[in-house]
Design a protein around this ligand. Structure first.
Ligand code: SAM
Ligand code: SF4
Length: 460
């Protein structure tokens, strides 16, 4: 049996796909990159912006054509879009299985049933927004064996989910409606998983959560925070770098987390902490619970505790009611924050969210586009200045593998394969070096920079 897995969306989705990959391989399936060879096609979907959903729908149109000549092929839609559209998606001619993110651990039995019983399978959560009850927590424990599966797509690196869902309900965001409210995994399960990864030779672990810094797990008298998890994981021999994404701007545990970053050589000095807007009016309408000034002071705190920390952010431009003045406030914030990188998105109304129900999408598409380009240009200048500070310096990087493009080597004019890796502050570094070093730490001398990538040579 051959399975083709396709993924849209965030790191959380990539991790879910990697775990499905691992579960299916254990069950005897072979993986293929080609839909044409596949007996089963699983599409892991994203609902955060409309564009991501449209790409999935056009892929389903393509699969419908293929199924005309191979009707026995099973097509499953898994992840956020499956949860959001449920039955509606199951009615699509190409689709056999619809499975929400919380039900993904059941995917093997859903495939088997769809094949044997020749009927459509639906697995989504009905009351996804109820506060995580004991039953939900039990369900999570039931799935522990799935979350603990071993995956390693990048040599020596692994992602470990510490929680799922989100309690913040930012008014524009679909995440709580498709991934449910926050449920944290027990610390011992997380630490045991990291220990197993270390035993297998994994050197870098990234802890994942929608708001990973709000990780909280009560055990008797003690409440575990992300800072406690990082300290405990830092004790594990073999693990050399620990990263975590994404953080929500909140004071709870913030100083503790920053202090562990400052004190532990293993916790990488990188913080992804989206602001979303620099206008207090828009932040309020987004239900972000902070002001621009408070957010900037939080970044100052991080920089005071962890000198050299690299900070990244996310922004939404064109949120309902965003005026030129509000947009200017976002530009001001970006200039003051001096991010190493920022991800900028155009507001996309998501059905069922508070913003979509209560606020009109007032900013025209061309203004969203113009603001996106303008903000990117402001950030690119800052990223470029920060990158240039690396010129001539030697940086330790963890090698990921071959760079997607091989770059022309100016000395001999020939195309040489080049490798790519990342620094502890998450800068991408492209350099010449033998492929056998993938998964190893190396020292690279930086000889050229661009806003988002550093280029260099292996240092002696
Ligand atoms: N949990 C993370 C957080 O709060 O930062 C990331 C959540 S979301 C998957 C990633 C980013 O998508 C958000 O930070 C936000 O900038 C963007 N986003 C979410 N909903 C959006 C929407 N409706 N339109 C445009 N961008 C959106
Ligand atoms: Fe969405 Fe806000 Fe939760 Fe991030 S914090 S996942 S933007 S609701």
């Amino acid at each position: 049996m051959k399975v083709c897995l396709q993924t849209y969306g965030c790191q959380m989705n990539k991790l879910d796909t990697a775990l499905v990959d691992s579960a299916l391989k254990q069950a005897g399936f072979n993986l293929t990159d080609s839909v044409k060879d596949a007996d089963v096609v699983l599409i892991n979907t994203c609902s955060v912006r409309e564009h991501a959903e449209q790409r999935v729908l056009s892929q389903l149109g393509h699969l419908k054509h293929i199924k005309e000549s191979r009707p026995e092929m099973i097509v499953g839609v898994i992840g956020c879009m499956a949860q959001r559209l449920g039955e509606e998606l199951l009615e699509h001619e190409a689709v056999n299985i619809v499975c929400g993110p919380i039900q993904i651990p059941k995917i093997l039995s859903l495939i088997t049933e769809a094949m044997n019983e020749k009927k459509k399978e639906l697995a989504v959560s009905e009351k996804i927004l109820k506060k995580s009850s004991d039953k939900e927590n039990q369900a999570l424990e039931e799935f522990e064996s799935f979350y603990g599966l071993e995956e390693e797509n990048i040599p020596s690196q692994a992602f470990v989910r510490v929680m799922r869902g989100c309690n913040n309900f930012c008014t524009y965001c679909i995440v709580p409606y498709v991934r449910g409210t926050e449920v944290c995994r027990p610390p011992e399960a997380i630490i045991e998983q990291i220990q197993k990864l270390a035993n297998r030779g994994v050197k870098q672990v990234t802890l994942l959560g929608q708001t990973v810094n709000s990780y909280k797990y009560k055990q008797g008298e003690k409440t575990w925070s992300l800072a406690d998890l990082l300290s405990a994981a830092g004790e594990i021999e073999g693990i050399q770098w620990l990263k975590f994404v994404t953080s929500y701007p909140s004071e709870e545990f913030f100083e503790d987390i920053m202090q562990v970053m400052a004190d532990s050589e293993k916790v990488c000095k990188y913080l992804h902490i989206p602001a979303q807007s620099g206008s207090d009016k828009i932040l309020k309408a987004m239900n972000r619970n902070y002001t621009a000034q408070w957010y900037l002071e939080l970044l100052d705190k991080a920089r005071a505790i962890v000198p050299g920390i690299a900070i990244a952010g996310d922004f939404i431009v064109g949120f309902p009611g965003e005026t030129e003045e509000d947009f200017q406030a976002t530009i001001d914030l970006v200039q003051k924050a001096r991010y190493r990188n920022a991800f900028i998105f155009k507001y996309s109304p998501r059905p069922g969210t508070t913003a979509d129900k209560r606020l009109e999408d007032t900013v025209p598409a061309e203004i969203k586009q113009r603001r996106n380009v303008e903000l990117l240009a402001v950030q690119e200048k800052i990223s470029d200045e920060l990158s240039r500070e690396f010129l001539g310096k030697e940086e330790i990087i963890l090698v990921e593998g071959l760079s997607k493009k091989s770059h022309i080597n100016s000395d001999d004019g020939k195309n040489h394969p080049q490798l790519v890796g990342r620094t502890e502050t998450d800068y991408i570094v492209v350099f010449n070096c033998p492929v056998s070093l993938a998964g190893e730490f190396v020292k690279v001398k930086i000889t050229r920079t661009s806003p988002l990538t550093l280029f260099g040579e292996l240092a002696e």
